[in-house]
Design a protein around this ligand. Sequence first.
Ligand code: G3I
Length: 325
Amino acid sequence: FAFADLSLREASKDFMVGVAGASHRFGDEAYMNALKEFNTMVAENGCKLSGIQPQQGVFDFTDCDAHLAKAEENGMKFRGHCLIWFNYQPQWFQDIKGYDNMKNTIVEHVTQVLTHYKGKIDTWDVVNEAIEDESTGENGTWELRDTFLSRECPDFIDIAFKTAREVDPNVKLFYNDYDIEGIDIRQGKKTNAVYNFVKDMKERGIPIDGVGLQYHLHTEPGKTVKYENVMETMERFGKLGLEVQITEMDVNCVKGNTEEEFALQAQLYGDGLRACLDSPYCTGFLIWGVGDSDSWRTDGYPLIFNKDYTPKPAYYSLINVLKDH
Ligand code: G3I
């Protein structure tokens, strides 16, 4: 496969079509050619707390800045990911004990990062993956994930969002999570739980502007989501007055060597983008990595470019959806 006559960026007519970039790959020409197909970048890792605050109180924006500069150099917009997350955190953060200490640490991190990027990054995932995977989500319920954050500071989410709004009122504030794309996944329990959770935030006046559907799928049965169910999810969140974005799409092909699997992968990518374009509530579509060799999913072929950055059927599927829209 060769690249299409129109790039994704050209075919997008300025709708946000983005990709997670990684600064250690910026020197590779084939990587950069594929990256530049997109009109938006998010740092796969560079803007996380683990990179920005490797030691408590020591802020280092070098790598996040490098991602932002590369985006600007290539005429791309930039999305912020992510301020507060429980997973893969530095030990010092996980070891914090006591409500006030945890609260102050969260306030300090959010304040430092949003101050540094004021006027430069207009959308941030403020909190990532805070709802329990097995949350039942029925009758207005949800359960917070049991982590060092929720144990020490049960209202850490409210604190993070309120701080972010105070520091920079012009930034769009997102809650981001996986397995919430549609009722096909986890029998709809987690998507219901997150729905109830963000509805409650809205009702209590906590500043939140959007929900990120990470959209990590597999080609295996039971791990995909239907277009109409994604549309329904977007509408549910949308009717709460929230935007929705597909923030981290990939579709793992574990076998990866069959035409059928790549065709299904292409169809699922196309369905995701089509839902996002068709839904009045969806404002952005982003993929979690450039080529198959870059993915966090090291056991498969989840992205739209091969390991050598030649396009896969999924790339053409996205181009066609954009052209038809
Ligand atoms: O850069 C270091 C390298 O210097 C070191 O030698 C090596 C040894 O382990 O680690 C390298 O850092 C790794 C980094 O990825 C870059 O490859 C980290 O260990 C590894 O933990 C990190 O994983 C990332 C993970 O988030 C944790 O931050 C993945 O790349 C990234 O794709 C993944 O992204 C998450 C989203 O943020 C949230 N949603 C789920 C998604 C997938 O897990």
